[in-house]
Design a protein around this ligand. Structure first.
Ligand code: DX5
Ligand code: ZN
Length: 219
């Protein structure tokens, strides 16, 4: 299993000063930043677009931009996000578009490619794509909003994906996103996850350095 990574979600950062929230993550020695992109169609909320990533780069952020597209038509926005500084672009399996082609285009643009499953989507739905991704993201809440409760019913899905990864020797990361905190994070790790998105629990943590150290120690 790859070494554990904590990816704080900027959605729970300070939207009046996102660069400061990103800098706060970097100061702790963390390398990943999770960026939630919502379009008001695939999910009932709006966040920010490629210009925000570009602005974070201009403000000096060298963090690994883990970009989670919650879009009805993600295939239309791959290039602007790649150009704006995304390092990894994850797309959902649920909308109807050419997933394989979009994943290939993400890689052609020099980014890593991820596939995402909503809570109601079974692992089987992504089985055909597992040899062409760098990350599989299992949503542990219904996407759209931060601060929701973690769904323990997603643990068997993680175990299933981790078993396939072992059996086939896949090298992708297995990421969880939604309601992650220091209580359920070890359960997700046990089930096979190695990459942990944390919004609310991280930005509200009284001791973020201790939070980061706990995740690092899982390795
Ligand atoms: C939810 C987003 C998450 C969100 C997680 O739709 O995909 O990345 O920021 O926030 P918490 O950790 O507060 O559930
Ligand atoms: Zn997310």
């Amino acid at each position: 299993m790859p070494a554990p990574i904590l990816a704080p979600s900027l959605l729970a950062g300070d939207h009046a000063n996102l660069a400061a929230s990103a800098a706060q993550v970097a100061r702790l020695g963390l390398s990943w930043l999770h960026l939630d992109i919502m379009d008001g169609h695939f999910v009932p909320n709006l966040t920010f677009g490629p210009e925000t990533l570009a602005a974070l780069r201009r403000a000096g952020s060298t963090l690994f931009f883990d970009t989670h597209l919650m879009l009805a038509e993600p295939q239309r926005y791959i290039e602007p996000f790649a150009k704006a500084g995304a390092n990894l672009i994850s797309i959902h399996i649920e909308p109807d578009y050419d997933h394989a082609d979009t994943l290939a285009r993400i890689r052609q643009l020099g980014c890593q490619a991820g596939i995402v499953l909503n809570p109601d989507t079974p692992a089987d739905a992504v089985a055909q794509l597992l040899d062409r991704v760098d990350l599989v993201l299992v949503m542990t809440v219904q996407p759209g909003f931060g601060g929701q409760a973690f769904r323990p019913a997603m643990l068997p899905k993680l175990r299933q994906l981790a078993a396939w990864r072992r059996e086939h020797g896949y090298a992708w990361r297995l990421e969880v996103d939604g309601g992650i905190d220091l209580h359920n994070l070890p359960d997700c790790h046990q089930a096979g996850a190695d990459t942990f998105v944390a919004g609310t629990s991280f930005f509200r943590a009284p001791d973020q350095a201790a939070y980061a150290a706990t995740v690092k120690a899982l390795g």
